[in-house]
Design a protein around this ligand. Structure first.
Ligand code: GLC
Length: 824
């Protein structure tokens, strides 16, 4: 056995000794590492500091740390073990510096302090401990438990890098992207390594995507840590040691962003200012999508399309899984099953269906196949360390794989979609891009990547491979579609992937447990910066019964991305496959999705423009209520609708927690007080949904697909409140980027009531004018007898109260103030 040594630095306290002993034991237990000596080094005493603009460099004589003020609320920390920083390049963060107002460095007796208007980052001189304090409350939000440390990696060069922070007694953790199991991450350990995780389990880890960003909440305040490192990374939230939270990786730079709250919403919004938001999707992409592995031949596709239209079940998109291709060669068609794809796509489009096709990264090794030939001639495929091609088996058999981290390859790949786009294909589904390889799982570590000129092995590029594939797809489609909004969907990804596409949660299972997993997964993705997410409704593998499928459709109606999908060896899985009463209930919920389309579209805009997540778990609504740190089976959809899915077989009621304020049951209009739990009826034909009092929820008529009918008037559902509430309503063309030139309409409604009056105000912004002229009002919950309705000073006589006790009338859409008056 070789000798193990702790080199270089003095051991300063007992905590360090404990950590060193623990890591040595871990090391010894690892058969690969055990043969090598540990060379673990810690930062020691701060010896000097230097400022360069918004960057501060601290050194212990050997290693350096850069602390960079990114904004008032965001501070970045980087470690260079031998004081040589890596080139500042990130796939996640295109531009680091944001608006910084003032900041200063103070040299105190025990520490240096870099203070912005909001937070202070302190660097303790004695041992290089770094902490972040909120200026206003003087709360310490995050604090090192031991100095940053590293181990040399003799095989690949570089370092294993480690950060260990205190885990506060009542601290809980959220986010981290694509994880299964409970929402609250405390007490668990995770790994990030994009993995094809067919039929994953409740606690299985890792899964398909890597988002090394989490939010910690303690003492009623929240902060975030984004560890921007693409290597295999690890997070421990008080599992190994209840008092410590650690993150580390198998290489790259120890580089993280501290993101201040104090609300979890602020943390997520600020994370999105770093990594970007999702562009506005084409409106049809928010409709219902029908998928299966695979619908073929053409007659089958037509039968499915007719199935929707003949049953009046709305649907916007039909998917073509791998079997549409010729021998699984990407960018080709199987002419036996699809003799004239252009004609078929046109006919589908005439009937209101968009065509979405799958494209995988594995390119069949076949010298008679143009894509392979072009890739080979241009040297676009990945190679091993000794220059052999990276080969592996996927659907077409022996394959080679484009290096999507090479900008020239991305440009080429983006252009390959030309023929599909010319044929009328409206969206592209990128799968297997972890990358997945049969047998081996993925590429070996020694595969080389261009990494946008910052070269690296697969250890560095693995977790970004899928993101760069969908980036290339998105950018390619955007050019080819002449600036119409592309629709892309990807399985794998890395932080920032939301700039290029939406995601589904991968190969789930038709089980009640997976309904629960999916419900949490979509919320978790949403607070990890990936808003446009959905599950395979019904479960990919296995067979749901009618009840499970219907409960899944109900939940799916409130998933930002709504798509049913199933594996090829399962029974038919369309909304009508289970007969009545399921078909009717499925139709009702898909229709509800379309009725609420203007609301969802507005919420999407709030995400795109302001960085709000679409789904918001209860902890995000009321983080100060610690019980909410453990509530995970209901969520807000935007800030006005609370969705409480039914996740138990046979359930006909459930307990819901309503956040503070007042909430209307969408089905009965019953008004309930928040801050409490309530037992609510939920027979199969309903799912508990609540609307926040004071909300204005715009509604379109039911359509069989987005754009089927001209909207002649918009229904505004207004829910009375005796306090003031603001609502947004966003509209635009729905499929162009004109919104970037302010061609949109954003309406802000303010609703305020008392026991004799209700006031509704509207303010307009933007340059888009919708075609309709009229609002049709549906006022719910007015507690007084209505005597007068006054729109912009003019009394309206033409109002009535309907059989559900709602006040109904109409007005021009451009109103400014409406007053509803009772007895004076
Ligand atoms: C993968 C995908 C799945 C798809 C199948 C065939 O398993 O996750 O959605 O249907 O491949 O392409």
């Amino acid at each position: 056995m070789e000798e193990f040594e702790e080199q270089g630095n003095e051991i300063t306290d007992n905590e360090n000794i404990k950590e060193i002993v623990e890591s040595t034991i871990q090391h010894l237990n690892n058969p690969v590492l055990a043969l090598k000596p540990i060379v673990k080094k810690y930062l020691t005493r701060v010896q000097e500091v230097r400022q360069d603009g918004n960057k501060f460099f601290f050194s212990d004589g050997e290693a350096s740390v850069e602390v960079r003020v990114v904004s008032n609320e965001i501070i970045r920390v980087r470690l260079a073990p031998h004081s040589v920083f890596l080139e500042d390049f990130s796939y996640a963060v295109p531009v680091v510096d944001q608006k910084v107002s003032t900041f200063r460095l103070d040299d105190e007796e025990d520490y240096y302090a870099i203070a912005t208007n909001t937070v202070t980052c302190k660097i303790r001189k004695e041992d290089f401990h770094i902490s972040f304090t909120e200026n206003l409350s003087q709360l310490v939000m995050s604090e090192d438990a031991s100095p940053m440390h590293w181990e040399e990696n003799a095989d690949f060069g570089g370092y294993y890098v480690f950060a260990t922070k205190k885990c506060f007694p009542e601290e809980n953790f959220f986010g981290l992207g694509d994880k299964s199991g409970n929402m609250n991450l405390r007490g668990r350990h995770f790994q990030n390594w994009n993995t094809d995780a067919y039929s994953f389990g409740w606690d299985q880890d890792p899964l398909y995507r890597t988002i090394p960003f989490y939010t910690g909440v303690h003492q009623k305040s929240a902060y975030g840590i984004f560890f921007d490192n693409t290597f295999r990374s690890y997070f421990d939230f008080g599992k190994e040691d209840n008092e410590k939270t650690s993150f580390w990786s198998d290489g790259g730079e120890l580089q993280y962003y501290y993101i201040h709250g104090p609300h979890m919403m602020d943390v997520v919004k600020r994370y999105q200012t770093l990594t970007g938001t999702h562009p506005m999707p084409p409106k049809w992409a928010l409709g219902y999508h029908q998928c299966r592995w695979s619908y073929y031949p053409e007659t089958k596709v037509k039968e499915i399309a007719d199935g929707f239209r003949s049953r009046d079940i709305p649907c916007d998109a039909i998917y073509f899984d791998i079997d549409y291709m010729d021998g699984y060669r990407c960018f080709t068609w199987n002419k036996k099953h699809f003799p004239d794809p252009r004609k078929m796509i046109k006919e589908l489009a005439d009937d209101g269906f968009k065509t979405v096709v799958m494209i995988d990264p594995g390119i069949k090794v076949d010298d008679n196949y143009w894509v392979f030939k072009e890739g080979k001639e241009n040297n676009y495929f990945c190679r091993r360390s000794d220059d052999y091609f990276m080969e592996g088996h996927v659907w077409p058999g022996r394959c080679q794989f484009p290096d999507f981290t090479n900008p020239a390859v991305r440009e080429w790949w983006g252009g390959l979609y030309k023929e599909l786009v010319d044929m009328g294909v409206a969206g592209v589904w990128n799968d297997m891009n972890e990358p997945a390889v049969f047998g081996a799982g993925t590429f070996p570590n020694d595969v080389r990547h261009n990494y946008d000129g910052h070269r690296g092995s697969h250890r560095k590029a693995h977790n970004v491979y899928g993101m760069q594939m969908v980036r290339s797809t998105y950018d390619g489609l955007k050019k080819l579609m002449r600036n119409k909004r592309p629709f892309t969907i990807t399985r794998a990804g890395y932080a920032g992937m939301q700039r290029y596409g939406c995601v589904w949660t991968g190969d789930n299972v038709a089980s009640w447990e997976h309904l629960k997993i999916g419900n949490i997964q979509c919320q978790r993705m949403s607070v990890s910066g990936v808003p446009f997410c959905g599950t395979d409704i019904g479960g990919f593998s296995g067979e749901p019964d009618g009840e499970l499928f219907t409960r899944w459709i109900q939940l799916g109606a409130f998933s930002p991305f709504m798509r049913a999908h199933s594996a090829g060896d399962t029974a038919e899985r369309e909304p009508w496959s289970f007969g009545e009463p399921y078909t009717a209930i499925n139709r009702k919920f898909i229709e509800l999705r379309y009725r609420l389309m203007p609301y969802l579209y507005s919420v999407f805009w709030e995400h795109h423009r302001y960085g709000f997540p679409i789904l918001r778990p209860l902890v995000m609504l009321e983080q100060e209520n610690v019980s909410n740190h453990f509530r995970q089976d209901e969520f807000a959809y935007g800030d006005k609708i609370l969705v409480c899915p039914i996740l138990e077989q046979g359930a006909i009621s459930r307990t819901v927690y309503l956040p503070k304020g007042q909430w209307y049951n969408i089905w009965t209009h019953e008004l309930l007080d928040g801050g409490n739990e309530h037992l609510v009826d939920a027979p199969l034909e309903t799912m508990p949904i609540f609307i926040k009092a004071g909300s204005v929820i715009p509604e379109y008529p039911v359509m069989q697909y987005v754009g089927e009918k001209n909207v002649d008037e918009v229904l505004l559902n207004i829910f009375y409140a005796n306090y003031e509430v603001n609502s947004f309503f966003f509209e635009d063309h729905g499929d162009t980027f004109a919104y970037e030139q302010d061609i949109y309409s954003e309406k802000k409604f303010t609703v305020k009531g008392n026991d004799r009056r209700l006031l509704i105000q509207q303010k307009l912004e933007g340059l888009y004018t919708p075609n309709y002229e009229t609002y049709n009002y549906n006022l719910i919950g007015i507690p007084f007898g209505v005597k007068k309705v006054i729109v912009d000073g003019l009394e309206i006589k033409d109002y009535f109260t309907d059989d559900r006790n709602c006040l109904r009338f109409k007005s021009n859409k451009n109103f400014s103030v409406i007053q509803i008056q009772g007895d004076i």
